[in-house]
Write a protein that binds this ligand. Structure first.
Ligand code: AMP
Length: 440
């Protein structure tokens, strides 16, 4: 493990043979010339284990040549960043976005990558925009979770700094709900572009291409297939192409484009069985539900494994989340299916409120229920709404719905090693003990 001391805890105990001290290594190697090592283009460049929300992690293996090509292309066509320009990605460098667009993408493009280690709200909620102003950031890349954190604060924080150099805000990694997209778009006065991709793909699958030819933005949709991707939305059982407006599974027709994973580390068989064995045809399954509109814009409706069954009706928890999030008091919501003796499963909401609404959880909860009934019908009405101060997430910002579901069903919440803030799960446990703010 590489240990970087921030000087906060002088008593870090190093385990010999396992830990390396960053400061000592830097002193030893600073200024060293490292010779280029030439690799055949199919050699592995790195391994990334898929996030803990998807069960037993798989080592996603990427190559060298194809990946470099995908990054070089996308820096121009997707992110619109060239030599000498500045890109700011708020991702952790340990995640797929961090590898691709904090490190390799900007370096390959001859651009500057701005790295920031810290919270979006410290020392104040304007820090990201101050950094954009100070360093002349042209393209910023963050996540819907990051923006929802800011959404709890006054929108005036978005306008305190000179953002004249900033051209684009990209958001990726999880569903970008329409109210959040709208809030940040209006607050910043900049185009907000939703990107859909997976650790497995390494670069966007669905996006708009502002560096090439910007098509109209439709909030709620990450847009159109990226260059190199042959995408289809197909019926889960028949495998037939879904008509516009009809829900199906998003699949990639092989060969996968450059940049995408080449196999599961040490396990070609698992690569095939996890991704290519869901349909009669050889197709890569994203394991995400999707629907396309008449113009070909794709909307992601959540993981195929997030589906719940309420009295014989199949509901995507993501659709209910989207509906709950349209309520103006809601900052963020997670919906999980909880076992119910009568209906099989019922949807249960865990929600955080925007600051202005924090003192009236009951009225917020009843407003959320009303939204769901209006938008999705009575069958989707959540059985219970728990208002909490924080939701459990992985360090990459993904909601840990499985753990919430386990808690709500009085089961063990499982492996919590990917949890960012253990206090959030504890908070949800206490909320379950206190009882719901609405529902039933
Ligand atoms: P990960 O590999 O951990 O980044 O997770 C990838 C998954 O995150 C996808 O399969 C989607 O379920 C979700 N995801 C990523 N980006 C988006 C997006 N823009 N809209 C909706 N879901 C997304």
């Amino acid at each position: 493990m590489l240990i970087v001391s921030r000087g906060l805890d002088p008593a870090i105990s190093m385990v010999s043979g396992r830990d390396l001290d960053y400061a000592a290594l830097r002193a030893r190697h600073e200024g060293a010339e490292v010779e280029v090592t030439w690799l055949e283009s199919n050699e592995p460049s790195y391994l990334l284990y898929t996030s803990g929300t998807t069960g037993k992690p798989k080592g996603v293996q990427r190559d060298v040549g194809g990946y470099a090509v995908a990054l070089a292309l996308s820096m121009r066509t997707v992110y619109d960043v060239g030599p000498g320009q500045v890109m700011f990605s708020t991702s952790d460098v340990g995640w797929a976005v961090g590898h691709s667009y904090n490190v390799y993408g900007p370096l390959i493009a001859g651009a500057t990558s701005l790295l920031y280690e810290g919270l979006p709200t410290h020392p104040d909620p304007g820090i990201w925009w101050k950094l954009c102003a100070d360093y002349g950031v042209r393209t910023m890349f963050s996540s819907p979770t990051g923006i929802r954190v800011l959404k709890k604060q006054d929108a005036a924080w978005l306008r305190r700094h000179d953002l004249s150099a900033l051209k684009w805000l990209f958001l990726a990694g999880e569903p970008l709900d329409e109210p959040t997209a709208q809030w940040i778009n209006e607050g910043l006065g900049k185009p907000v572009i939703d990107n859909y991709w997976q650790t497995e793909t390494g670069w966007p699958v669905l996006t708009l291409l502002p560096g090439l030819d910007l098509k109209p933005i439709k909030f709620g949709s990450p847009g159109l297939p990226n260059l190199g991707y042959k995408l289809r939305v197909i019926d889960e059982t028949s495998g037939a192409d879904a008509a516009p407006g009809q829900k199906g599974v998003l699949v990639i027709e092989p060969p996968l484009p450059p940049g995408c994973m080449t196999t599961v580390w040490n396990d070609d068989q698992r690569f095939l069985s996890s991704y290519f064995s869901h349909f009669k045809e050889l197709l890569y399954s994203s394991l995400d539900w999707a629907v396309r509109d008449e113009d070909g814009y794709t909307f992601i409706l959540g993981r195929t494994d997030d589906v719940i069954n309420v009295a014989g009706h199949r509901l995507g928890t993501r659709e209910i989340e989207e509906s709950v999030a349209t309520h103006p008091s809601v900052a963020e919501a997670a919906v999980v299916g909880v076992h119910d003796a009568l209906k099989g499963q019922v949807p249960v909401v865990f929600a955080t409120l925007r600051q202005a609404a924090a003192d009236s959880p009951e009225s917020a909860a009843s407003g959320m229920l009303q939204r769901v009934v209006e938008q999705l019908g009575g069958v989707a009405r959540p059985a219970r709404v728990y208002v909490v101060n924080a939701l459990p997430k992985t360090r990459s910002g993904k909601l840990l719905r499985r753990s919430l579901q386990a808690l709500a069903e009085q089961r063990d919440p499982g492996d919590l090693s990917t949890l960012d803030d253990p206090g959030a799960l504890e908070e949800c446990r206490r909320a379950l003990e206190r009882g719901p703010s609405g529902g039933a």
